[in-house]
Design a protein around this ligand. Structure first.
Ligand code: CDP
Ligand code: MG
Length: 225
């Protein structure tokens, strides 16, 4: 009987991703390319050598009691301790992201959500809605004195958006990493804004920039909880 390395590799990958490791981190740690990892997850074959590399990495990064304590993440990946508060769900941290009107119009909702999910961020809540100008103003109130405020509000209320609460370790920072810089022209290659952004304003996705923003924005979109 031959060993099905593809199945073993796929199970191992799913287990590692389930522990909060990103595909990028997995690739760097194991030496297996991102392309190979993606293809194994999509059901393609894995060689014995690839499986061995993933397994070695899995054993190295295992959470061992006494070396970082019990938990789902190795000490390196564990989210920073905080005083708690409503943004924490157990050890998970949440953030709010939105696919903006330009993204919804161009059928990019799936691609954007897939990018966040691909980084191990899970969807805890999801909503399609059209912001009234008043709600858009409230959402972006920190920018009320910026010269672009009125045009931002008009744009954000020009069509439906898809808002999601994402959960995962270090969710705020990681979601913003997936999105890229505000100006698509300056966003790192492969980020959502680099791939899809049309201009600094029509930059396809939004992501909260800190815990306070998460509280405010989740409240504006999903109501108090
Ligand atoms: O969205 P992000 O946190 O990266 O950037 P921001 O500085 O908080 O700006 C919020 C949003 O305002 C951006 O995502 C753009 O849609 C818009 N904006 C704009 O229209 N013109 C600018 N010069 C800067 C931002
Ligand atoms: Mg911002």
């Amino acid at each position: 009987m031959t060993t099905d390395y593809s199945q073993l590799a796929r199970d191992l990958l799913l287990d590692l991703l389930g522990r909060g490791l990103t595909q990028r981190r997995l690739s760097e740690g194991s030496g297996v390319s991102m392309t190979t990892i993606t293809s194994i997850l999509a059901g393609h074959t894995a060689t014995a050598r690839t499986y061995a590399r993933l397994r070695a990495f899995s054993q190295e990064s295992a959470v061992t009691p006494g070396r970082g304590g019990a938990g789902r993440w190795s000490s390196e990946r564990r989210p920073r301790k905080s005083k708690g508060g409503p943004t924490k769900v157990g050890m998970m941290v949440r953030t709010l992201v939105m696919v903006k009107p330009d993204g919804v119009k161009r059928n990019l909702v799936g691609a954007c959500l897939a990018a966040f999910e691909g980084e191990g961020l899970g969807i805890a809540d999801l909503k399609l809605l059209t912001l009234s100008p008043e709600r858009a103003r409230e959402l972006y109130r920190v920018h009320r004195n910026e010269p672009f405020f009125d045009s931002l509000v008009a744009y954000m209320s020009s069509g439906p958006v898809v808002a999601a609460v994402l959960e995962g370790p270090d969710a705020v920072r990681r979601a913003r990493e997936v999105m890229g810089a505000t100006d698509p022209a300056e966003a790192a290659p492969g980020t959502l804004r680099a791939l899809y952004g049309e201009s600094i304003q029509r930059n396809t996705v939004h992501g909260s920039d800190g815990e306070e923003a998460v509280e405010h924005e989740v409240g504006v979109i999903f109501g108090p909880r």
